[in-house]
Design a protein around this ligand. Sequence first.
Ligand SMILES: C[S@@+](CC[C@H](N)C(=O)[O-])C[C@H]1O[C@@H](n2cnc3c(N)ncnc32)[C@H](O)[C@@H]1O
Length: 236
Amino acid sequence: MILSYEKEFSKNASSYNEYNIIQKEVARNVVSLVENAPKRILDLGCGSGEIYKLINWNIEEFTAVDISYEMCKLHPKNPNISVINENYEDDNLFERLKQENFDIVLSSSSLQWCSNLDKMAKKISKLSNNCVLSLFCDGTFKTIYQTSKLKSFLPNYKEVIKIFEKYFEMECDIRRYKLYFEDNISKFRYIKKSGVSGGKRRLNYKETKELIKSYPLDYLEFEVLLLRAKSLEPRA
Ligand SMILES: C[S@@+](CC[C@H](N)C(=O)[O-])C[C@H]1O[C@@H](n2cnc3c(N)ncnc32)[C@H](O)[C@@H]1O
């Protein structure tokens, strides 16, 4: 069953410098789906530690992976946290992580950029019997893509579900968010700074200016797929 849910936010002056309102909400959703207080956790694409900061039960080990050195530097540190500054798609890293015994794999707002999502889904199913994941999907910035006639580089949620169904039994939930702004310039600043666009700049200055003028909505759209899944071939 796929649940669908909508929520609206307003980007007011007090949160003006906060460019990850939606990612924070999504990370809260991921952690809220975790059951049975797992003790050994792997977080793929940990960023500055949003997931770790939300964990309010006792854990034994938290392994956090991020390709960005800057993000790894920002992640909380303590003796039961290992921060690994590597690409989670790397096969050697996978072989090392497979030696560990994770109770759960978590990943929030990151896997949408995988170069090979099928291969990554299969790897995740071998790293733990349980996972909770969130991925931004191509309904994100939908009207921008329609207005500019560009194709989204984000995956379609139905395709993502099809991939994960090969390796997992799962519950899926589509979350759609609207983030309201007072003007168009702030919307585009948010897109640039939030990192959701993956840093891919596809429009030149003139095109961006035109798009800012013609963008018809007073909000930005976000679409996130949440998956709570159990591996079809559990590890012993
Ligand atoms: C939008 S941030 C989300 C961070 C955090 N999970 C959160 O919920 O706030 C996505 C993170 O994924 C990391 N990332 C993207 N591709 C990666 C890869 N192939 N291997 C490791 N980290 C990756 C980025 O460096 C970034 O820190």
